[in-house]
Write a protein that binds this ligand. Structure first.
Ligand code: UDP
Ligand code: MG
Length: 187
């Protein structure tokens, strides 16, 4: 009985989910999994801020296991918006987009974690509210493509560019030594 159990348990291990390839998951010298610390820019847009959705957005990203490394509320300067949306300057909706993004404060955040760029795009959902799946931020809250509540960078390179545009490096924190200098317990 015991022998059977162990044999089937071992078989289960051998046939279990295969570890992702080395590109996705690189083994640490200590044996634990590691990955490059990817960061992305997420911004709750003026409609999301006015609709009191900031807390919901933060909670989704925290629960997903991502780490908040920067956050600020600001009235976005037009120069920042122009650079942020430089690829859309020739689109017919561009003037309305800049007006919308200037219509109130935004809450800009930098989130860090494994595959955070791709994961956060999935979490925010399709640009067009009509296409956005329920369970995504836009699928749950967005009323129209022009009022879609949230922004998230769409590539690792784009994220680096956007983080530098919205944040000074001194405004971002490192959690690398968080285990040693815990704020949760008194010293
Ligand atoms: N947008 C719009 N009308 C459109 C397409 C886009 O108002 O037909 C706005 C919308 O706020 C969107 C932003 O422009 O989030 C940037 O467009 P993009 O295609 O980069 O979509 P996203 O990356 O935000 O999903
Ligand atoms: Mg985009």
């Amino acid at each position: 009985m015991g022998g059977l159990f162990w044999r089937s348990a071992l078989r289960g291990l051998r046939c279990g989910p295969r570890a992702p390839g080395p590109i996705l998951l690189v083994r640490h010298s200590s044996g634990g999994p590691s990955w490059t610390r990817e960061r992305t820019l997420v911004a709750v847009k003026p409609d999301g801020v006015q609709r009191r959705l900031v807390g919901d957005v933060i909670q989704r990203f925290e629960r997903r296991g991502f780490t908040l490394v920067g956050m600020k509320m600001l009235q976005a300067p037009e120069s920042v918006l122009a650079e942020h949306y430089q690829d859309l300057q020739r689109k017919p909706f561009y003037p309305a987009l800049i007006r919308y993004m200037s219509s109130g404060p935004v809450v800009a955040m930098v989130w860090e974690g494994y595959n955070v760029v791709r994961a956060s795009r999935a979490m925010i959902g399709h640009t067009d509210s009509a296409e956005a799946a329920p369970g995504t931020v836009r699928g749950d809250f967005s009323v129209h493509i022009s009022r879609n509540v949230i922004h998230a960078s769409d590539s690792v390179e784009g994220a680096q560019r956007e983080i530098q545009l919205w944040f000074q490096s001194s405004e971002l924190v490192s959690w690398a030594d968080g285990g040693q200098h815990s704020s949760i317990h008194p010293a």
